[in-house]
Write a protein that binds this ligand. Sequence first.
Ligand code: SF4
Length: 81
Amino acid sequence: MSSETTNPDDMAPAAGPEVPRCGNCLFYVPTDVQAGECHAGPPGVVGVPTSQGLAFGGTFPRVSPDTWCGEFEAKDHGEKH
Ligand code: SF4
């Protein structure tokens, strides 16, 4: 049996604009309440089946506001307060 204790503050959800999450990121463009696009890079080319074959177009990666990646940059990065 472990004798470790858990600090309730360590279990609190992270908050604030500096918390790495897509919803706080400079590159996040919301498309609806549940999701958005990541504009950290150029759109990728995707093929969509049509009745005449494949149609190709560009699209940005669709991401959830609650996920994140190593390219995260806070929206207010570089702004003076
Ligand atoms: S995937 Fe990364 S770069 Fe793109 S919006 Fe989310 S945290 Fe930002």
